[in-house]
Design a binder for this molecule. Structure first.
Ligand code: UDP
Ligand code: MN
Length: 297
């Protein structure tokens, strides 16, 4: 479990403290009720986080799906900006999942950084592309990816990095606060409410609303997460159900049952459409504008 508010203990093997200073941001919530740190700009020391990670000689995976028009539209910028900002100084392996490996842009990679491309089938509906990720990730984590990486982040492609996203974000399991919902009252959060769905949370359940565009953790934790979500999705489908926000609804159910060891503030995945907010100091990832009519069929 987490280490705040007295984040002085260095849990080198199963969590990264990055010398946490939760008191440095008194205007925001920096600790969950179960004691996990919520990482805001200024609450960690990036150099300490870097040293802690380097001492362990980690390989960090970053998975991203680029299927159909999402490939031409987003992948190059996602990867180019990841080269500038994602885990710089660590060993990184990108895993790109696409139905057209030949169309993946050739992005110049820094030393100790490589890119692997895996072919996936193209699902017909965009919802199915999104949901199929859980099953595909589960298989990948049980194969190559799981063997070569210690920690993995799984991200949407329709965003780009705009600031350092470093080892301060690493932990056994990591959830991302949704930038549109982090300040909403709990009862308004868009959890799945249909009790027949495997993703259902009843009134009073749910801690925060997490965004499926960023989640991460150790290979073992992500094996569990992806298995849970893939099973829930299949269970719903077999009964003709589809949760309100697809794989994101199942992810939220998982993190209600298995609390994340670390939570990332909305600074780590921010929607510029929201406009400036005093507490959003340095966004690390920015959502691309939604151009659904162009991208979805
Ligand atoms: N995706 C894709 N092709 C599609 C639909 C989705 O590659 O046709 C992938 C892509 O990585 C995308 C993610 O699935 O970022 C989730 O879909 P989307 O971003 O459209 O969902 P939203 O963020 O709007 O809920
Ligand atoms: Mn997205």
């Amino acid at each position: 479990m987490g280490v705040c508010p007295s984040a002085t203990v260095s849990l080198l093997r199963d969590n990264f403290t990055g010398a946490l200073r939760p008191w440095a941001r008194p205007e925001v919530l920096t600790c969950t009720p179960w004691g996990a740190p919520i990482i805001w700009d200024g609450t960690f020391d990036p150099d300490v986080a870097q040293q802690e990670a380097s001492q362990q000689n980690l390989t960090i995976g970053l998975t991203v799906f680029a299927v159909g028009r999402y490939l031409e539209k987003y992948l190059e910028r996602f990867l180019e900006t990841a080269e500038q900002h994602f885990m710089v100084g660590q060993r990184v392996v990108y895993y790109v999942f696409t139905e057209r490996p030949g169309a993946v842009p050739r992005v110049a990679l820094g030393p100790d950084r490589r890119l692997r491309v895996e072919r996936v089938a193209r699902e017909r509906r965009w919802q199915d592309v999104s949901m199929a990720r859980m099953r595909t990730l589960h298989a990948a984590l049980g194969g190559w990816l799981g063997r070569e990486a210690h920690f993995v982040f799984c991200m949407d492609v329709d965003q780009h990095f705009s600031g350092a996203f470093g080892p301060e974000a690493l932990a056994e399991s990591v959830a991302q606060l949704h930038s549109w919902h982090y300040h909403w009252p709990r009862w308004l959060l868009p959890f799945e409410r249909d009790a027949r769905s495997a993703a259902a949370l009843s009134r009073g359940e749910g801690d925060f609303y997490y965004h499926a565009a960023v989640f991460g953790g150790s290979v073992a934790a992500l094996r569990g997460l992806t298995a849970h979500c893939a099973l829930g999705l299949a269970w719903d489908r077999a009964r003709g159900l589809e949760a309100r926000w697809h794989d994101e609804s199942h992810l939220n159910k998982f993190f209600w049952l298995h609390k994340p060891a670390k939570v990332l503030s909305p600074e780590f995945c921010w929607s510029p459409d929201i406009g400036p907010r005093a507490e959003i100091r340095r966004p690390r990832l920015l959502w691309a504008p939604k151009e659904y009519r162009l991208l979805r069929n």
